[in-house]
Design a protein around this ligand. Structure first.
Ligand SMILES: Cc1ncc(COP(=O)(O)O)c(C=O)c1O
Length: 393
């Protein structure tokens, strides 16, 4: 009766089961997986945010595939402030970046064709691709001490085939926090030009920067040499995931860019998924982003500094992180990641994501959200360090 797109085991895993039991028992947990900014104790200018939804013009429905120009121009204003002038006609609004991936997979790949995706990275890709019948093939990001994360170009060459249609880049990446560097972009542009591939670039964390090295590419919206789709949205930029507004900026050589824009029009016109009040509210919400970004950056920087200090003389290694909301901690391999996260939840009431959730190719890593409030963050790390320090094998 059902399609084969939904092919995942629906049974809950051991971690989810234990979590359910703890929550059911009313036990207070320290959650180091928190990635929802609306539940992390930040102060939102609530009246202004909600007030923006009462624009009278929103009573009229004027459907357009790219979205209302008032919202697209505000997005151009955002890029201009970052030093990237942009034509609003290159923008398609979407309800989220996730929907943007869906549009791009529909645009670029037929059933069974493939898209290359970084590993480790964001776990939702598997679902987004399967729902569009697109095959995902991983390419690796390597951690080379002390330089940090870099793209393994051999793994890209190995994964490429005549069925490959695009390469995904997440910059900064979730969870590694690594930006793409200018030499990597040059190499990716060469590969894409040679094999007639598009670049899909996810920059949702692009405003959250810890370390701005001169080689970091801050945005690919001005990447002109190959067909390039850059996605972002309010969920991270303005810390408003519930408002459901993302976008795709299409760039590249004029011919292929214009054709892509027209084809995207057709896809977007089929769904018209962004609500009118949200489009009218977007200019103000984008303006308010600095209030939210300042709070978030202070929080994540403070937590990261504290984590670095607390782990510096320990059996753990904090990997270098350049941006985003997460840190990666390499922990002793006395146990598997699965065993570690179960122990920490069972005994210490601390919830963490294991590296394998993000397709790390080896063990043992924990992914730590830097969003939690200072007190609970520090308490959770303290419990983690005591648990790790208390175990010798
Ligand atoms: C790298 C990355 N891209 C996209 C998203 C989803 O963004 P949206 O809420 O716009 O779908 C996330 C959410 O955590 C993410 O980590």
């Amino acid at each position: 009766m059902f399609s084969s797109r939904i092919k995942w085991d629906m049974k809950t895993n051991q971690l989810a089961q234990l979590l359910e039991e703890k929550r059911h028992a009313g036990i207070d947990l320290l959650d180091l997986t928190e990635s929802n900014p609306t539940q992390a104790g930040f102060i939102y200018p609530g009246q202004e945010i909600l007030g923006a939804l009462s624009e009278a013009q929103a009573l009229v429905y004027r459907p357009t595939p790219r979205g209302l120009s008032i919202a697209r121009e505000a997005i151009c204003g955002y890029y201009l402030e970052r030093g990237f002038p942009l034509d609003p006609d290159r923008i398609h609004l979407t309800a989220s970046t996730s929907e943007g991936y869906g549009y791009l997979f529909k645009l670029l790949a037929d059933r069974g064709e493939s898209v290359l995706v970084p590993q480790p990275s964001y776990p939702l890709f598997e679902f987004l691709a399967a729902l569009e019948n697109v095959e995902l093939l991983p390419y690796e990001l390597l951690y080379l001490h002390p330089g940090g994360w870099q793209i393994d170009f051999d793994s890209i060459e190995k994964a490429l085939s005549d069925k490959t249609r695009a390469i995904i880049v997440v910059s900064p990446n979730n969870p590694t926090g690594s930006f793409i560097k200018d030499n990597e972009l040059a190499a990716l542009n060469d590969i894409c030009a040679r094999s007639d591939l598009a670049l899909i670039v996810d920059e949702v964390f692009g405003d959250y920067v810890f370390e701005s090295g001169s080689r970091h590419v801050r945005s690919l919206v001005s990447n002109e040499s190959i067909l390039t789709f850059v996605m972002s949205g309010l969920s991270k930029i303005a810390a408003l995931p519930q408002m459901k507004l993302g976008w795709i900026v299409t760039g590249g050589p004029k011919g292929s860019r214009d054709e892509a824009l027209e084809r995207l029009d057709l896809i977007a016109d089929t769904f018209l998924s962004v609500s009118t009040p949200v489009q009218y509210a977007a200019p103000l919400w984008l303006k308010l982003r600095s209030t939210m970004q300042t709070q978030i950056l202070n929080r994540v920087r403070d937590n990261l500094d504290w984590l670095a200090a607390r782990t510096s003389d320990s059996p753990c290694r904090l990997l270098n992180v350049e941006g985003g909301w997460y840190a990666t901690l390499e922990i002793p391999r006395y146990f598997s990641e699965e065993e570690w996260v179960l122990k920490l939840l069972e005994n210490d009431n601390v919830l963490l994501h294991p590296g394998y959730f993000f397709d790390f190719t080896r063990e043992a890593f924990l992914i730590i959200s830097l969003l939690p409030e200072k007190e609970s963050f520090r308490e959770a790390i303290e419990r983690l360090m005591i648990r790790i320090g208390g175990i010798t094998k």
